[in-house]
Design a protein around this ligand. Structure first.
Ligand code: SF4
Ligand code: SF4
Length: 334
């Protein structure tokens, strides 16, 4: 599985953007390199490509890239802020298996983070997705500004009959390398938030991630630390260790940054020395990751869900199958 920022350009300037896309990062890899990389991915047995950015639909040849992936039979997800969806929906509706739309909270909080007028645009994008029978997922990154919007967000997902995925704020990539401060939500507030989300899920709300994912968050020692190395956890008690989800980044999946650099995941951008698809090709760039000793557990729920799928966690895998079946029938699934 590959998550791929096909552009660093973005039509929004969100204050919480971990990559400062559109502001600091504007790179794009040329189309011929993209196509060569897709061919290499197919040859290596890639099952799913998640296209993201920046804003992927800002890229002028976005539809050509989507067609190229689709024609090679690779499952595809598209993460978008929704602003340009209406323009592309007719073309992409049969090619994309899952559309991921960012909604951060109520109108006041969403627009404070993403810019005035963008709340109504993302709700319109959800309606466009429904009109075109696209399977859509709301994605929310919980930080200081929206930690109290969980009830609203779940009600919105229920109203539109789509799933919702909650993640935790990610430290920003610094321009000069390395990563900045994590967001300021207190440990107890994160745990209360995820307990609430987990209870919603138990009561049938369309919450996307698995129970084992929430279990890890609820047991995470402190959110001041987003990842742990094997050395970090060696001194933890056995019960706590059992709740930690092992990492398969750089083994079963990876992240391609907008400049073509290949990382285990987006949380390692700025931390490790990456090789680049434009210089080294994909295979060499990916194999280079096996020489890098990195973290082994993180509280990031999106990455942990990928790790659960790689670990063949039963509930997580069943969800993938259920989602696939619902794609075949053209409807949403909870
Ligand atoms: S839409 Fe996404 S990529 Fe663009 S600025 Fe906002 S968070 Fe960053
Ligand atoms: S534990 Fe794995 S997925 Fe998480 S930040 Fe580290 S490399 Fe990335």
């Amino acid at each position: 599985m590959v998550n791929w920022a096909i552009t660093g350009k973005c039509n929004l300037k969100c204050t919480h953007c971990y990559g400062e896309y559109g502001r600091v990062q504007n790179e794009e890899v040329p189309l011929d390199t993209i196509k060569k990389t897709i061919d290499a991915l197919r040859a290596m047995g890639t099952k799913r490509i998640t296209i993201e950015g920046g804003e992927p639909l800002v890229r002028k040849d976005a539809e050509e890239i989507i067609s190229y992936i689709y024609d090679r039979g690779i499952e595809m997800s598209l993460c978008t802020n929704g602003v340009l969806l209406e323009r592309h929906a007719g073309f992409i509706k049969d090619k994309i298996d899952l559309l991921v739309l960012s909604l951060e909270g109520c109108e006041e909080h969403h627009d404070a983070l993403r810019g005035a007028g963008n709340f109504s645009k993302v709700l319109n994008a959800i309606e466009v997705a429904k009109k075109h029978n696209m399977r859509a997922l709301i994605f929310t990154c919980l930080i200081d500004e929206n930690i109290n919007d969980i009830d609203f967000l779940i009600a919105t997902a229920q109203k539109y009959a789509v799933n919702i995925a909650f993640n935790i704020g990610v430290a920003k990539v610094e321009k000069e390398g390395g990563r900045g401060q994590l967001n300021k939500v207190a440990d107890d507030d994160y745990k209360a938030a995820f307990l609430k989300i987990s209870n919603y899920k138990r009561n049938g709300a369309p919450v996307f991630y698995s129970e084992s994912n929430f279990k890890q968050v609820l047991n995470w020692p402190t959110f001041a630390k987003e990842k742990f190395s094997p050395e970090d956890i060696s001194c933890m008690d056995e019960g706590l260790k059992k709740t930690m989800i092992p990492c398969y980044a750089g083994v079963n999946y990876c992240y391609v940054e907008c400049d073509g650099s290949v990382y285990p995941c987006y949380q390692t951008v700025g931390i490790i020395q990456a090789k680049n698809i434009a210089i080294n090709g994909f295979k060499e760039s990916f194999e280079h990751l096996s020489n890098i000793s990195s973290c082994k557990h993180c509280y990031n729920t999106a990455l942990s869900e990928l790790n659960l799928q790689c670990k063949l966690d039963l509930r997580s895998v069943l969800k993938v199958i259920a989602n696939y079946r619902s794609t075949l029938s053209g409807g949403g699934s909870h």
